[in-house]
Write a protein that binds this ligand. Structure first.
Ligand SMILES: [Fe+2]
Ligand SMILES: [Fe+2]
Length: 268
């Protein structure tokens, strides 16, 4: 991973202060996601290593990759005259709750859902962002976070095989996270929209669509996307199941992502 770097020698000419600040906010949100992903992955790695050293090692490497993203984002922020800002109220609440999660299946499930909306946001931002260095950042993040989705599905399955889980409890947390993440664009749009130019509705809808696709493709997990949200955004279960291409969480997707040089990142 350290062979790859983002060329930031040509400074980005933003259209104005508003866009520059929105870019700083956008990458600050990404920074916080990496930071939290890194910590959770390394904590899980320790626990998992006691029963599966291989899986523990994968988790450690996964955490290291998030750490590398965090470094990339930090230097990118400097290149756009930005810095790491204190967390906003919503971000603080969200990560505060997440950091308090103790049960392994809750952590892995939350990770999986965070990775999904992260990859979705980056891929959608690629539609609109034209600055080459920012695009390069987005492509790296999209590529790697997309790989983290099947990885987390795999972890979740292993964890669910191992630990005693009350199915209702897990379904309740799933629903709660699903709704909260769908509402997240309400908080993020006023801050980042001038950079990624993504509307509140289109982003929320994409979150629902992508999250639903991940879980519909894995019926054995028995986590059914909330029907109310599908209905609200005019999404049909049947069509989501039929959508083109292998499911993002499939083994094919994971294998295709294993060699980074072969990964084609496309805007969503
Ligand atoms: Fe990451
Ligand atoms: Fe990730």
């Amino acid at each position: 991973m350290h062979d790859e770097y983002v060329d930031t020698t040509t400074a980005i000419q933003f259209s104005g202060e508003k866009e520059q600040y929105a870019a700083v906010k956008f990458f600050n949100a990404a920074f916080r996601a990496e930071e939290s992903g890194l910590r959770q992955a390394h904590e899980l790695a320790e626990e998992v290593s006691t029963w599966s050293p291989d899986l523990g090692e994968v988790l450690r490497l996964y955490g290291d990759e998030e750490g590398w993203h965090r470094e990339l984002i930090t230097s990118f922020l400097h290149s756009i005259d930005g810095k790491i800002l204190p967390m906003g109220r919503v971000t603080k609440t969200l990560y505060g709750l997440y950091a308090r999660a103790e049960r392994m299946e809750t952590i892995v499930l939350a990770n999986l859902m965070f990775e999904t909306i992260g990859a979705t946001t980056y891929r959608m931002a690629l539609r609109n962002v034209e600055y080459p260095s920012a695009r390069h950042m987005l492509k790296i993040l999209t590529r790697d976070e997309s790989f983290h989705i099947p990885l987390n599905v795999h972890f979740l399955r292993h964890v669910l095989e191992r630990v005693q889980v009350a199915p209702l409890r897990l379904r309740f947390i799933f629903g709660l996270l699903f709704f909260s993440l769908t509402l997240l664009p309400l908080a993020s749009r006023p801050k980042a929209q001038a950079f990624d130019r993504l509307g509140r509705y289109e982003l929320s809808r994409a979150y629902v669509e992508q999250l639903a696709k991940v879980f519909l493709a894995e019926p054995d997990l028995r986590l059914e996307p909330p029907r109310l949200l599908l209905w609200f955004f005019g999404l049909k279960r049947r069509e989501l199941l039929k959508m083109e291409g292998p499911a993002v969480a499939s083994i094919e997707a994971a294998e295709a992502a294993a060699d980074r040089r072969n990964v084609q990142v496309e805007a969503l």
